[in-house]
Design a protein around this ligand. Sequence first.
Ligand code: IMP
Length: 429
Amino acid sequence: MAVIAVVGGQWGDEGKGKIIDLLAEKAKIVVRFSGGDNAGHTVINPYGEFRLHLVPSGIFYPQVTCIIGNGVAINPAVLLEEIDDLQSHGVGISRLFISDRAHLIMPYHILLDRLEEERRSKGALGTTLRGIGPVFADKVARVGIRTGDLLDRDIFLSRLKSALELKNIILTKVYQAPLLRLEEIYQQYCHYGERLMPFIRETSSIIREAATRGETVLLEGAQGALLDPDFGTYPYVTSSSPLAGASCIGAGLGPRGIDRVLGIFKAYNTRVGAGPMPTELKTKIGNLIREKAREYGATTGRPRRCGWFDAVAGRFSVQINGLSDIALTHLDIYDGFPSVKICTAYRFKGEALTSFPSDAVVLEKCQPVYEELEGWQESISGIRNFRKLPAQAHKYLSRLEDLLSCPISLVSTGPDRRQIIERNPKSEV
Ligand code: IMP
């Protein structure tokens, strides 16, 4: 029984949905703590295949209370669509709660995200165009609108009026875009509010009380460490923190309340959108990984950039998250590879770098230094026992553990719930 933060260790899309789905079986509460519908968690289970953007991946278990925490930005249209889809597949949503402190994505956020990407042109960040940058900018600028505001139409109207006044000046004068109409947005969001009202409440107390009772609480991250606005490849980052530290703030817990921090990594690296990625493979191998693993964005459908595992970035991620252990996903993608490589250092201006640079311009110029390991030829996708993995896979995992200084406790060998190896690294030594 513990509070466990589950976070992405790379540039997102590491397979957090599957791992949360697995761990949620023994949990009482699952909380999404950051991001918005830029995230897309794929879950395959007996109900079917789902791409969850906002609802926590624990929703499929009847004993789990799911919370969309205060740290999440919510597009109500997307959330309602997700709720309807879950209900139509027979998944109960009566245990879903939405923090009244979570910020709302408004139509102008989505519009401004697109207009700003167009303005940046060649320098575009490659955002998901979901309004994420603008909504979190408004949050810290103290002009945001929160889900709780929907509970009182007068408060909502006055906040919307004041926000829209400024947004319309920016839209028309800076971007030469048409005005947005107050009445239209007001009516639309009042309708969303009516539907979402039963779910909206103060949620941090539910989480703290469950933690005090010793129940298992999962804090579900979105995106990955390398997209963090402070520690990621700035400015090619997202706008809320995907790090374990943010799970406290995004849920309403103190840092001492977290017992375990589980980092999710893929056996290789992927990235969507712009920004440096030293191990990117613009070769047949990169394409092979992409096609074998269906590496296309769950939210935008964009092809993901694929490459070898970057242990320099990985080690940094272990450190800034304070990871206790790692779940390594997609190991089966390497089945049949004659060899696999791991980036153990970068070469920059003739020197070897073993730490992750803070400047994206430096990272852009870094050349990966690889270690090559023998691959395995058999399929590992049915294996449930760690000892039954081929010797080459053992070597790969143990080399990653050495390089990252962190134990691997879970290995995923396929998309299905059952394709997982649970392991206690200490019992094997
Ligand atoms: P934004 O979060 O939509 O503003 O996008 C900023 C950057 O983060 C872009 O490079 C996106 O592709 C990336 N990004 C945002 N969410 C995800 C995700 O869930 N998985 C992978 N990349 C993401």
